[in-house]
Design a protein around this ligand. Structure first.
Ligand code: SF4
Ligand code: SF4
Length: 92
């Protein structure tokens, strides 16, 4: 499942650097999670890191992005491949 940030967010900035997928960014008013990049931390951690650090507990599961573990792993692998493809070639 992807997670989402509700309007209870106080823009404390704590969650953004904790996300291993760079899925969190500051939106127009509050922080937002890109569902295409959120794997619920699958592939990196056992628990969603943003949920762990949020002081106001405003990061529930996104009801429109309920996904299975297999789907989350597939998303993780796709993000890894994209990151590898975007990385500059290693110098010999
Ligand atoms: Fe990022 Fe993990 Fe939070 Fe998803 S659950 S937004 S991947 S920190
Ligand atoms: Fe908002 Fe919670 Fe992230 Fe702070 S940790 S910016 S309150 S979602």
């Amino acid at each position: 499942m992807a997670l989402m940030i509700t309007d209870e967010c106080i823009n404390c900035d704590v969650c953004e650097p904790e996300c291993p997928n760079q899925a969190i960014s500051l939106g127009k008013e509050i922080y937002e999670i890109d569902p295409a990049r959120c794997t619920e931390c699958v592939g990196h951690f056992n628990e969603p890191q943003c949920v762990q650090v949020c002081p106001v507990s405003c990061i529930p599961i996104h009801p429109e992005h309920v996904e299975s573990q297999e789907t989350l792993w597939a998303k993780y692998r796709r993000l890894q491949q994209t990151a590898t493809a975007a990385a500059p070639p290693a110098s010999a």
